[in-house]
Design a protein around this ligand. Structure first.
Ligand code: AMP
Ligand code: MG
Length: 405
């Protein structure tokens, strides 16, 4: 635990997040073909280009007719397939066979499903009265042309892509994807697959961060690894500062080889905060140079992950104009008592156990910040806010689902 003076210098998590979001300037929009728009954020409301349905259409395979002619035996005067309009209007006392999605002919006000009738000698025998409007999907029943299909700020999920396609929106206006550069620092880092020398370890943060940021809609332009050497830092960080977002890993603590903050300052980045009252991940730094946001994440893999989830992910969403950049936190209950730190918020890795009472968050064994293998088994990142009293099992807690992380 740090000294009182040490604590006084830390910025609270919520304050740090507010400082980050305050400095985000959302990107402009660009029309994007639907086939490439999955996961992108809408930068403007999308309005329907056509009514949906575009014509009164049949909800069933059956017969179009007038409800007033039922019950009765009606001659079948035409057969209407989906995609082919009726040859003419329906007259009193007639029926037309119709497929699901077929255009209901003028003059008809109901469709009777094929299962409820019999067809004999070119006529359909309808035994029971049919309710007017039965099995007809009215024109514009889902959305009217010109009305909003989706609001700005939503990410385009599969069902939302389908909604846009159905409503005739072929090129939704999406936020330009933020360009991200990643620089992993550490002389000890080797790419996976290469032999390790004495004291060396495999580089894992760059890969993790790149995958995470891509999943959030970012264009990851570069992932570099640099040794703890000022010249190597200088050139990689200078390149990285040309991106919209620069994220570094390692080298932001107080050791003699921790060069990131010093060299960022040399390159003209202004530090907004350094060291957040949280664990893991205390030594996080955040700076800006012009429009570029710079996140200095600690090197321990779990600290890097937590810092990225807490600060970089919301920034990437906000840059894309997300309506809710802090999504998708949810509520559950603690599956075990949680000790609390008086000044620092804890972010525990937990397994989710579903119960009738809801989500129960059971902390995993191995909460130390170097234990990425343990963390990778977690379903949730649980927020245990700072406080004097421990929280009992069963207490409500917010968590971030880690299923896709
Ligand atoms: P640092 O923040 O640079 O002091 O690093 C803290 C710890 O994280 C050290 O044990 C580093 O070896 C380790 N570490 C730093 N960067 C990475 C990385 N990119 N991948 C995996 N481990 C790392
Ligand atoms: Mg280091």
């Amino acid at each position: 635990m740090g000294t009182v003076r040490d604590m006084a210098e830390l910025v609270a998590v919520e304050e740090a997040l507010a400082q980050v979001l305050e400095r985000v300037r959302p990107r402009a929009g660009e029309p994007v073909p639907l086939a490439e728009a999955a996961g992108r954020f809408l930068a403007a409301d999308a309005a329907a280009a056509v009514d949906l349905p575009r014509f009164p259409s049949s909800a069933m395979d059956g017969f179009a007719l007038r409800a007033a002619d039922t019950p009765g035996t009606l001659p079948v005067v035409a057969r209407i397939a989906a995609g082919r309009p009726a040859p003419r209007a329906l007259a009193d006392g007639e029926a037309m066979a119709i497929a699901t999605g077929g255009v209901v002919p003028e003059g008809a006000d109901a469709v009777v499903p094929i299962e409820l009738v019999s067809e004999r000698d070119g006529a359909v025998v309808v035994g029971d009265p049919v309710r007017p409007a039965a099995n007809i999907r009215p024109l514009g029943g889902d959305v009217r042309a010109g009305d909003r299909v989706l609001p700005a700020g939503l990410a385009l999920s599969p069902s939302r892509l389908a909604a846009l396609a159905a409503a005739g929106v072929s090129h939704p206006v999406c936020a330009v994807r933020p360009r991200v550069a990643i620089v992993a620092t550490g002389t000890e880092l080797r790419p996976p697959g290469e032999p390790l020398g004495e004291g060396e370890i495999y580089e894992s943060n760059g890969l993790m961060l790149a995958a995470l940021f891509r999943s959030l809609g970012a264009l990851v332009e570069a992932v570099e690894t640099v040794s703890d050497d000022p010249a190597a830092h200088r050139s990689a960080l200078a390149r990285g500062l040309e991106a919209d977002v620069l994220v570094t890993s390692g080298g932001v603590s107080v050791g003699p080889h921790d060069l990131v903050r010093e060299i960022l300052a040399e390159l003209g980045a202004e530090e907004v905060f350094w060291r957040v009252a949280m664990r893991p991940g205390k030594p996080i730094s955040f700076s800006v140079r012009g429009e570029t946001l710079v996140f200095g994440l600690p090197g321990n893999p779990v600290s890097s992950l937590v810092g990225a989830l807490l600060f970089v992910a919301p920034a990437l969403r906000a840059l894309q104009g997300a309506g809710d950049p802090l999504a998708p936190w949810a509520w559950g209950t603690l599956g075990a008592p949680a000790r609390r730190h008086p000044q620092r918020d804890d972010f525990q890795r937990a397994r989710i156990e579903e119960s009738e009472a809801g989500v129960v968050l059971v902390p995993i064994e191995g909460q130390e910040s170097h234990m990425i293998v343990r963390a990778a088994a977690a379903d949730a990142l649980v927020h245990v806010p700072r406080g004097d009293e421990p929280l009992p099992a069963g207490a409500a807690a917010r968590y971030l689902p880690l299923g896709a992380v």
